[in-house]
Ligand binder design. Structure first.
Ligand code: ZN
Length: 313
């Protein structure tokens, strides 16, 4: 909007680009200064325009570290990266606003009675705690069964792949692929956590900006991370699995979900990447796989179905 001077009432031509995001071709009529919100709707602090991920991108941000909306969204991001299903933004907002959850570790301290203090019914609170404890399909189970499952879930730390724990922090420009590269390079969370900027820069795909962001995150969030490690146990990559040393890329739709298959591959030591390259060993294609299948064919990379993949397990 800033670059093209698009404002309220501008008439623009767009076309479908990439997957769904419309690309502005030109402004047909009515250019003017964009009318960005001056203050954050959540915390009312002044907003800022800053350079974004790519060079020509600008982002409108709220820079307030204590902004409630941003805290809620990073808690939701944490849950989503961990694979917690069934605890939506409205529930997280409720838990946050009642003061029960302000950092990821707080989720794991919630029992049913405490959760009810945020205004939930016993059933709602039970379902929320069951979701956090990752009890599958809790809405199909009675409160009684769930309460027992929750009690036993409390006994053990949650095992979570190292890369997933790292990705859940939401460090800017250091998400899933960075987490996987770091896990493969360092092998333990403790080593990633204490690595210097120079050591981090030795990892594939980690540039100096990302290395600095990682270092800064670990320095400023020590207490939060220690608290979380009371409840979760990072597990390193499997180095001697059936699929160790092989790289897979998934493309298209899968009834079980792409994440399901990636987990299956990773639990056997395989590596999953988002794009096809010469280093990819197999492309696993589901319905609707287009350009990646074409690229794999061009590069002579075998294309398998999930059925054929399962036979490798
Ligand atoms: Zn804000």
């Amino acid at each position: 909007m800033e670059r093209n001077q698009i404002t309220i009432g501008s008439k623009i031509a767009v076309r479908k680009a990439g997957k769904i995001i419309p690309k502005v071709i030109r402004v047909i009529d009515g250019q003017g200064k964009p009318n960005f919100p001056k203050t954050c709707p959540s915390c009312e602090q002044a907003t800022q325009l800053q350079a974004g991920g790519t060079e020509e991108m600008l982002e409108l941000i709220c820079a307030n570290q204590d902004c409630p909306a941003q805290n809620i969204s990073s808690l939701c991001y944490f849950l989503a990266t961990f694979g917690v299903l069934g605890l939506g933004e409205s529930r997280v907002t409720q838990l946050f606003e009642s003061g029960l959850v302000t950092q990821p570790a707080d989720f794991y301290q919630l029992d049913i009675d405490t959760t009810m203090k945020s205004g939930l019914t016993r059933r709602q609170a039970t379902l929320a705690v069951a979701a956090i404890q990752m009890i599958p399909a809790p809405d199909k189970l009675t409160n009684e069964v769930l309460e027992e499952a929750i009690l036993s879930a409390f006994q053990t730390k949650k095992e979570v792949p190292l890369w997933q724990l790292f990705a859940s922090f939401g460090i800017e420009s250091a998400s899933k692929s960075a987490g996987k590269a770091l896990a493969a390079h360092f092998g333990s969370f403790q080593k990633i956590r204490t690595a210097s900027i120079e050591q981090l820069e030795l990892v594939d795909d980690i540039g100096s900006i990302t290395a600095n962001a990682i270092r800064e995150f670990f320095e400023t969030h020590q207490a939060e991370i220690d608290a979380l490690l009371e409840f979760v146990k990072p597990t390193a990559l499997v180095s001697d699995g059936k699929l160790s040393g092989l790289t897979f890329c998934f493309s298209g739709g899968f009834p079980e979900g792409k994440k399901h298959w990636e987990k299956e591959v990773e639990s056997r030591g395989g590596k999953c990447v988002s794009g096809v390259s010469k280093k990819t060993n197999y492309l696993i294609a589901g319905p609707g796989s287009g350009s990646k299948s074409e690229k794999a064919t061009r590069l002579d990379i075998p294309i398998l179905t999930t059925q054929q993949l399962s036979e490798m397990f």
